[in-house]
Design a protein around this ligand. Sequence first.
Ligand SMILES: [Zn+2]
Length: 260
Amino acid sequence: MHAVPREGDYQGSDGLLYCGKCQTQRECLIELQDGRKICKPTPCQCERDEERKYKERREREAFQNRVNELRKQGVTDEAYTRQTFAADDNRNPKVTEKCRRYVDHWGEMKQNCYGMVLFGGVGGGKSFYACCIANALIDRGVKVLVTRLSDLVRHRIQQTSSQINLSEFDLIVLDDIGVESATQTAYNIADDIYRARIPLIVTTNLSLAQLKDKQQEIARQRIYDRIIERAVIDVFVDVRRSRIDIAREKSRLAHEILNH
Ligand SMILES: [Zn+2]
C-alpha cells in the first residue's frame, strides 16, 4: 500500500515516496514471514514532529485544566488566588526567599511533614506569603487547601453534602489562627490534620510565645499544640515594611514633590 503523494513529494532511488519538505521517507518496506516485501505508509519527520507537538499541547492543556480545578477546589476565597510570587513587591526579600525555598523543597517538606508559622503584626503580609506558597504549589499540580480554621469548623458543624475531606489535601494553609473559638470541633480538625500527617502552614497575629503559652485556657492550648507541633519553620513577617507604610511613604514623597 502506498502513501498518497502530496505536492512536492518525490520518489527516491529506492522507489519509495519521500516528503518534499523534510526529505524523509513517507513509505517503508516491511518484510513478511514468507520473505516478500510490502510497502507501507509511514509518517515522515515533519508529521512526527507535528504529532509530538500536538501531544505536548494536549498534555499542557490537560495539566492547566487540572491546575484550574485544584485552585477552584482548594482556594475558598477569591482574593487568595491573586496572591502570588508574581504579585510580590519584594518588600520583605528574606521572607520571600524562605517561602520560595519551601516551594522548591516541597518534596522534603511533604515527606517530613514540615509546616510553617508566619507570624507578625497586622498588615505585614503574612497571608500574602502563605498564599504565594499555596498558589505556586497549585501551579505545580499539588492539592492545597487555603482556608480558615473557623470556616472548617462551620463546614463541619453544618454537615453539608459538600463536606471538605481534609485527608485529600497535600498541604493545608490556615489563615489567621487565633481568632476562632476554642471549641472541641476546632480541636478535632487540628487533630485530624495532625494525624493525617498533612503539612500545615498557618498565619497568625499571635506571637510564638502566645501560641506556646501554657497559661492560656486548656482548650485553646490543646488546639495550638496540635497546630504548631510540626511547624518547624517560624517566619516573622516584619510589619515595618507593610503596605500601609509604603503607602505613607509614597504620600510623603508626593507631598514633597508638590511642595517644591
Ligand atoms: Zn515531511
